[in-house]
Design a binder for this molecule. Structure first.
Ligand code: TXA
Ligand code: MG
Length: 316
């Protein structure tokens, strides 16, 4: 992995669809173009996450953030008080939002932040678009607070790290959900609860509090599930089923048929997964047969997501 301080090299690498680790004041992020499903799939692959956790979108200003998310009164107050800074807001996706569905793991909401680190700011402006970035560490390991940490964790997995020295905060951003009537802290981090409460003039609940569970049922974990019933590991088709294929499915003739990756590449399949599930829903399909996906690399995360989409659910 190459370490650089040259913003224009980093920005052009990102424009070509590549991945770059970059500093924020909290921790280093593993960045890619937030609008590019393939770049997002490559991020999951580099981190080796067995699941598609939704990622945080980074933009250079609140103005820019409003292009992608819908900000209610509380969200506006928080953004105006603490951005740029170690705060991430979860808000509904704006209509026509260009952010990859894979980045938000198929959710209708978006986690978004405006980092304060001068190099992150410079990079976002030079790149000219939103960057999606989880912490730049292999899944399950500690978040990196120096370029050296990134190199130790991800060498061989990504090409470039933008070296901005030590992160000043050193803790991940505080995540506040602004989806319900009351804001809720989903993750404690660099911005403390007391400061948020002082800015809002109200008590703020944390996902760990019992009260939060009572005031916001289901808010924390509303994963997208298609309306259609899904049958996994399908080797043949039953009457009325649409096909969500993988690899060579020429022997299967469905009226409606999409292919996650005709060549059988799991990273390409990951990039297509959420948008194809939505497409099938939008077409009004009732039943979906899904081809077997090998449980290797990102295949594990795809199968995890498919299993949850296929599980019996309460439709109340
Ligand atoms: O400080 C940070 O936040 C760093 C820097 C790089 O920005 N990023 C970071 O990302 O910690 P990551 O991927 O390690 O953690 C993102 C967290 C996850 O716990 C995820 O569940 C949550 O954000 N998240 C993302 N989108 C969400 C959404 N729509 N609703 C609820 N939680 C969301
Ligand atoms: Mg992390």
């Amino acid at each position: 992995m190459k370490s650089t301080k040259d913003i224009s090299i980093v920005a052009s690498h990102l424009r070509a669809g590549g991945l770059v680790a970059f500093p924020t004041e909290t921790v280093y992020g593993l960045g890619g173009d937030a609008r590019d499903d393939n770049a997002v799939a490559a991020i999951y692959a580099a981190k080796g996450r067995p699941q598609f956790n939704p990622l945080i979108v980074h933009v250079e200003s609140f103005e820019r953030a409003k292009e992608f998310g819908v900000f209610n009164e509380i969200a506006i107050k928080l953004a105006e008080s603490f951005w740029p800074g170690p705060l991430t807001l979860v808000v509904p996706r704006a209509e026509g939002c260009q952010i990859s569905l894979l980045a938000s793991a198929g959710l209708d909401s978006l986690a978004i932040r405006v980092p304060a680190h001068p190099l992150a700011q410079e990079l976002l402006r030079e790149f000219g678009g939103p960057l999606v970035a989880p912490s730049a560490n292999p899944s399950g390991q500690i978040s990196p607070t120096s370029a050296q940490h990134v190199i130790v964790g991800l060498d061989g997995k990504i090409d470039l790290v933008l070296d901005g020295g030590q992160c000043s905060v050193g803790l991940e951003s505080t995540i506040v959900s602004c989806l319900g009537e009351r804001p809720i802290i989903l993750r404690h981090g660099g911005l403390v609860r007391a400061d948020i409460e002082a800015a809002l003039g109200i008590e703020i609940l944390s996902g760990n509090d019992d009260k939060a569970a009572l005031t916001a049922p289901g808010q924390l974990t509303s994963h997208y599930a298609p309306n259609a019933l899904m049958r996994l590991n399908a080797q043949s088709l039953q009457a009325g089923e649409a096909l969500l294929g993988f690899g060579d499915v020429e022997n299967l003739q469905a009226q409606v048929s999409l292919n996650l990756s005709p060549l059988g590449n799991v990273q390409e399949a990951a990039a297509n997964l959420f948008s194809m599930m939505r497409q099938l829903d939008e077409m009004g399909v009732q039943k979906i047969a899904v081809s077997p996906i090998p449980n290797q690399g990102l295949g594990e995360a795809i199968n995890d997501r498919l299993k949850r989409a296929a599980a019996p659910r309460d439709r109340g």
